[in-house]
Design a protein around this ligand. Structure first.
Ligand code: SAM
Ligand code: SF4
Ligand code: SF4
Length: 340
């Protein structure tokens, strides 16, 4: 097939590929990998089931041929995967990749690691941090991991030039909503972009209830009353986070209102799980097994690209727009597996 742009059933191109490199994590965030479900008895993927770096690169290259410009490495915790910089190096070398980033909990982002990743071609990182006080943060990560070590990882990323850095804060009502303004104050004027994410009903293990979602409008109100903000234009069409800028020139924040103001109409994002399943929606119940196509059917690069194109052309997902009590209870795939 001739490489080029493709569209799904709703006229959406594919621009963005998220690559999960592992389903494992050293945290047990209550909204993602709650200890009750991801305890000692949990069966993580055996190593042979994971796509190799070479296989991931083949899939990424096929996507880039179909219009993808942005790649993001995620997980699980991506820095748990051995020698991640080898993958970064391969992905950065694909012609047509304009942005290569990684989402991480920063627990393993040492100074050396940050430089190694930068040298391999990583452009920037997003660091997840849900509170500034240890009590709240430890209650969320559930492994007693202190805030200071995440901030140290963030500083290492900054020193290595993995910037601009985004900071993801998942807001759960009654759990960390008191951290909204302190987090905003802390990152105001630093050049880091704090993004508030509504707690989502990904997977089926995090006990999601609509009552636990603090609507993004309330986040904006809280911040605006302390640090006045005004809306800013999106950086590009289909940007997931709505941008707000501080009126005093102290930078910007983003709010991701996937639950209360869904953005499916513009969703141009594909997700590749650690074992090679392609998901065309964060809330999908089924993936498309690309590992089988690569390992067993031994598709050529051109055939693989054709195969992916045919999946994308059939895509009609718009889960967040049609979220109902029924869909919330469907057996959706877990965030740690599919990648956030
Ligand atoms: N372990 C890495 C990290 O935490 O940054 C990368 C993977 S994590 C699944 C990616 C992002 O998804 C994180 O920023 C996390 O906060 C977010 N996330 C996980 N579960 C979520 C949920 N139920 N609702 C909203 N965001 C969630
Ligand atoms: Fe791990 Fe990230 Fe999920 Fe937290 S959000 S459990 S750090 S994968
Ligand atoms: Fe995209 Fe699915 Fe999220 Fe809608 S619900 S924005 S289609 S990932």
């Amino acid at each position: 097939m001739k490489a080029g742009k493709i569209q799904d059933q709703l006229g959406r191109p594919v621009r963005d590929l998220r690559i999960s490199v592992t389903d494992r994590c050293n945290f047990r965030c209550v909204y993602c990998m709650p200890r009750q479900q991801f305890g000692a008895g949990h069966a993580f993927l055996p190593r042979r089931d994971l796509l190799s770096y070479e296989e991931i690169t083949r899939v990424a290259r096929a996507f880039v041929g179909l219009g993808v410009k942005k790649l993001r490495i995620t997980g699980g915790e991506p820095l748990i995967r051995h020698e991640l910089h080898h993958l970064v190096y391969e992905l950065a070398a694909i012609p047509g990749v304009e942005d290569l980033s990684m989402t991480t909990n920063a627990s393993r982002l040492t100074r050396e690691m940050a430089h190694t990743l930068k040298d391999a071609g990583l452009k920037r990182v997003t660091v997840s941090l849900d509170a500034l006080d240890d009590r709240t943060f430890m209650a969320i990560n559930d492994v007693d991991f202190p805030v200071g070590k995440v901030l140290a990882g963030l500083e290492n990323a900054e020193a290595a030039g993995l910037a601009p850095i985004k900071v993801n804060m998942v807001v759960k009502r009654g759990v960390n909503e008191h951290s909204i303004v302190p987090m905003a104050r802390f990152f105001h004027g630093t050049g880091h972009i704090l993004r508030f994410i509504e707690f989502m009903d990904v997977g089926h293990s995090n006990g999601w209830r609509l009552d636990d979602v603090l609507p993004a409008t309330q986040v904006v109100e809280q911040i605006n009353s302390e640090l006045p903000i005004e809306p800013a234009d999106p950086n590009y069409r289909g940007e997931v986070a709505r941008r707000w800028r501080y009126r005093d020139g102290g930078g910007e924040i983003g709010v991701i209102s996937s639950v209360t103001q869904p953005f499916c109409r513009e969703c141009a994002r594909a997700r590749l799980s650690a074992k090679g399943d392609l998901y065309t929606c964060l809330f999908a119940t089924d993936g498309h097994d690309l590992r089988h196509q690569i390992r067993d059917r031994r598709l050529s690069d051109a055939e693989l690209q054709d195969h992916i194109a045919s999946i994308w052309r059939r895509r009609a997902d718009r889960y967040s727009q049609i979220r109902t009590e029924h869909t919330v209870n469907l057996p959706k795939i877990e965030m740690s597996y599919i990648g956030g």
